[in-house]
Design a protein around this ligand. Structure first.
Ligand SMILES: *Cc1c(COP(=O)(O)O)cnc(C)c1O
Length: 399
């Protein structure tokens, strides 16, 4: 394990703060390190392995496709791409899908489509895009600009022109920000990296109504909360609103790199041949894995399990909060994206959890984030809560 850590630290860009743990194997909700130590994975590669590690249906689908055809250019048709796009449109508001390889790329595609669609209608008068404070949309220049977090912008100026930010869940701030230069509003229905922030039930409906009355496109970034994470296939289904454009990535192909940008046919017509492209986008192996993921989510009882385990997890965490109100400020989330806001910094707790065989992470300094695979069981949730309980019991009561 030391060898892997040392080589990596010497030769890979220092863009991540890594834990000194090299992982070699995974199965279900568990992973193992190079020394054979077992961990309960309540991070799932940041909401990527929604069906757990090495799900047999995903492995089989990818393996079979690997032996048939690995890659062809998008000048040609392939069955896995046809199947996944067909399934995604059948189960969402969308009519058309553009495939790419990551969340940032999916959001790039969405931002480009919003501008192009508006350009076709207004000849370039409308180009501004409104995003939310504490949002996260990616690390490319456009998506970094869209990301409403100054600490990530620092040192990269000048950013892309034509972006403005408003507080999340504040409809009046959004109304004030809208004028006739705005072409789109981009929102995560539930903010992930920004601290697991949920909107009020009517907020997204008010945003939808505002976008309709002002002729503005509504983009939902469901890169983190899509693909069953909230207990429904897409988070927007909880709020009774449909976006004009939606982006997916993370869990889309169960751990293989995939992104997608989805839109209704009217908006999708803003892109024509030559408007956008991706060499690897829609790769047959990745798409075959995506089809397996969709099958499991829709027919495999995974969404039901997510909802049942969500209720169970929240019940346990509420009890924990009652026992440790001086440590836990709030528990919030939907389905199996769960944030636990603390009265203290979470970094050390995350490290202690890791020592005790539990993988979680911390966002916004004080919010522990739990993203277990959607196939998680009661025993595993009990084990997670037991690790937390042990840690909290051993902490001084006065923060
Ligand atoms: C992770 C994430 C992204 C970026 O995805 P990458 O695949 O890392 O580019 C964008 N939006 C949201 C909401 C995310 O959680």
């Amino acid at each position: 394990m030391e060898r892997i850590v040392k080589k990596t630290d010497q030769s890979i860009f220092q863009t991540y703060n890594r834990y000194p743990v090299a992982l070699t194997k995974g199965k279900g909700a568990r992973v193992w390190d190079a020394r054979g130590k077992e961990y309960l994975d309540f991070l799932s590669g940041i909401a990527v392995c929604n069906l757990g590690h090495c799900h047999p249906a995903i492995t089989q689908a990818a393996q079979e496709q690997l032996e048939k055809l690995v890659h062809v250019s998008n000048f040609f048709y392939t069955a896995p791409q046809a199947d996944l796009s067909d399934m995604l449109s059948a189960h969402s508001f969308a009519d058309r899908i553009f495939f790419c390889n990551s969340g940032a790329e999916a959001n790039e595609a969405a931002l480009k489509l919003a501008r192009k669609y508006a350009y076709n209608r207004s000849g370039g008068k409308r180009f501004e895009i409104i995003t939310m404070e504490y949002s996260f949309h990616g690390r490319t220049f456009a998506t970094l600009t869209a990301t409403g977090q100054e600490k990530m912008h620092k040192g990269f100026a000048p950013l892309l022109p034509g972006f403005r930010y408003v507080p999340f869940n504040d409809i009046n701030a959004l109304k004030q920000s809208v004028d006739d230069s705005v072409c789109a509003v981009m929102i995560e229905p539930i903010q992930g990296e920004g601290g697991v922030n949920l909107p009020d039930q009517q907020y997204l409906q008010e945003v939808r109504a505002l976008c309709d009355s002002e002729d503005i496109l509504l983009i939902f970034d469901e890169v983190q909360v899509g693909m069953g994470r909230t207990g429904k296939l897409f988070a927007y289904e909880h709020y009774g609103v449909e976006p004009d454009i939606m982006t997916l990535a993370k869990a889309l192909a169960g751990g293989l790199p995939a992104g997608a940008m989805l839109a209704g046919s009217k908006v999708a017509a803003g892109f024509t041949p030559g408007s956008h492209a991706s060499t690897f986008g829609g790769n047959p192996v990745v798409m075959a894995a995506g089809v397996a993921v969709m099958n499991e989510l829709i027919n495999g009882g995974v969404l039901e399990n997510c909802r049942t385990m969500s209720d169970y997890f929240f019940e346990k965490l509420a009890a924990l909060q009652q026992r440790y109100p001086e440590i836990i400020k709030e528990v919030r989330g939907k389905g199996l994206i769960v944030g636990m806001e603390l009265h203290l910094d979470g970094k050390e707790i995350v490290e202690q959890c890791l020592d005790n065989g539990l993988i979680i992470n911390c966002t916004r300094d004080r919010v522990l984030r739990f993203l277990p695979p959607l196939i998680v069981g009661e025993k595993e949730i009990d084990a997670c809560v037991a690790v937390l309980e042990d840690l909290f019991a051993g902490m001084p009561t006065q923060p």
